[in-house]
Design a protein around this ligand. Structure first.
Ligand code: GDP
Length: 442
């Protein structure tokens, strides 16, 4: 998916901050530098990055993060809110109630205009019970007209087309009349695109705008657009005053920078996103969900939900309480392992936790074997040893090894794992689902 590498870098940076007891001016500067680099690397426009960092810094200083007890959480929240702000604070929809509602699609060639025109026609005929008309006004590419015709046939939506011999302006004029006569209540005009912005194209688009008086002029840009987004978006906006943007190809593994810049450049909302080639691969754009996804918070929400479903709450609370009072012992670790096992593939679970170290070799068979081994070792220990593993000296290790038929190395591994587990439980114990990050209290 788009944003993967940005996501990884931002999460890494924020995790580092979360782990710090106190945030100093120095490590906040370091963090901001890293966020800056992560955004630039994702091809977010440099001007946008500059303002993003300045604003994040100002808010962080304003909220007195320095020296606060949970600086990580505060900073994560600030970055999250800044991202939402950058992407647009609310969901922008289209009002289809005008009769007819006219939507004009514009954008560079290959951005996904024609496909998106089809997707919107599909969406409104299914979800809004409207009677759309698609208009083929890209007269420079015969293939574009054919493509729209094919889409119309697939969707059972009429397409107004006159091939490529008539001017785009006259086609649109006739299509408007046709729509009135045929009671089409939404008119979607697919216009020509070029590889680069050029004057004649802009002139033609302005003419079409004058004729059709569109309620919406949607600029289609694909997520692969990098720094060029500034040029493209500002030219279209200056000439046509666009009303919204559509981001396509978010399913690809682009760096996604354009997506983060477009609203800032044009001041118009992103209205739809395209998430695939199929005609139903279109969604409204939810800025907060996108920010959640970039910061890896969405997964945490589902992890918390999953854990709530499967975990024995009483038992977990008991363990947490014991942990907090410093009583976490081997029996607790075993019980946690057994419960975690119930959640399903461990590798998948760990991956959901932002900033968790990747454990490439972990697979289910391994986890099962490990759980059995752990059980057999712990069952060979005395109650006292389970409660306080620090008393397990060499003589005790030899006795336990004999009891469970394992070697001393296995006992050592388990004790080491116990120490790790203690640390991890502490992290999970401090897990704040609202912030979505494991944070360590000082
Ligand atoms: P136009 O020149 O702007 O009309 O672009 P098209 O609609 O012809 O799209 C160009 C290519 O991008 C086509 O192969 C589409 O199938 C593809 N495409 C459009 N939107 C998406 C999307 O959201 N995801 C993916 N993966 N491909 C898309």
């Amino acid at each position: 998916m788009a944003f993967d590498s940005l996501s990884e870098r931002l999460q890494g940076t924020l995790k580092k901050v979360s782990g710090q007891g106190r945030l100093t001016e120095k490590n906040m500067e370091e963090m901001l530098t890293e966020i800056r680099l992560a955004l630039l690397e994702a091809d977010v426009n440099f001007q946008v990055v500059k303002e993003f960092i300045a604003s994040t810094k100002e808010k962080a200083l304003g909220q007195d993060v320095l020296g606060s007890l949970k600086p990580g959480q505060v900073v994560v929240k600030i970055v999250h809110d800044e991202l939402v702000e950058l992407l647009g604070t609310s969901v922008a929809t289209i009002d289809y109630d005008k009769k007819p509602t006219v939507i004009m699609m514009v954008g560079l060639q290959g951005s996904g205009k024609t496909t998106t025109a089809g997707k919107i026609a599909n969406l409104i005929s299914k979800k809004h019970a409207k009677k759309p008309l698609l208009v083929a006004a890209d007269i420079y590419r015969p293939a574009a007209v054919d493509q729209l015709k094919t889409l119309g046939e697939q969707l059972n939506v009429p397409v107004y087309e006159k091939g490529t011999s008539q001017s785009a302006e006259s086609i649109v004029e006739e299509a408007m009349r046709f729509a009135r006569e045929n009671n089409n209540d939404v008119i979607i005009i697919d216009t020509a695109g070029r590889l680069h912005i050029d004057e004649p194209l802009m002139k033609e688009l302005s003419n079409i705008k004058q004729i059709a008086h569109p309620h919406e002029i949607l600029l289609v840009v694909d997520a692969l657009t990098g720094q060029d987004i500034v040029n493209v978006a500002s030219s279209f906006n200056e000439q046509l005053s666009i009303t919204g943007a559509v981001l396509t190809k978010l399913d690809g593994d682009s760096r996604g920078g354009g997506a983060l810049s477009i609203r800032h450049i044009t001041h118009v909302p992103i209205k739809f996103i395209g998430t695939g080639e199929k005609l139903d691969a279109i969604d409204l754009f939810y800025p907060d969900r996108m920010a959640d996804r970039i910061l890896g918070m969405g997964d945490v929400v589902s992890l918390v939900e999953k854990v709530q479903d499967v975990y024995d709450e009483k038992d977990t609370m008991k363990t947490y309480k014991r942990m907090q009072s410093g009583q976490f012992g081997l029996d607790d670790m075993l019980s946690q392992m057994q419960q975690l096992r119930k959640l399903g593939p461990l590798s998948g679970i760990l991956k959901m936790i932002p900033g968790m170290p990747k454990i490439p070799k972990l697979n289910d068979e391994d986890s099962d074997r490990k759980l059995k081994e752990t059980e057999s070792i712990i069952f060979s220990m005395t109650k006292e040893e389970r409660r306080d593993p620090s008393i397990i000296n060499l003589a005790r290790k030899e006795r336990i090894a004999k009891g469970c038929g394992k070697d001393i190395a296995a006992i050592n591994r388990l004790l080491k794992q116990f120490e790790e587990s203690k640390k991890m439980m502490k992290m999970l114990g401090n897990f704040d689902p609202e912030i979505g990050m494991p944070t360590q209290k000082p």
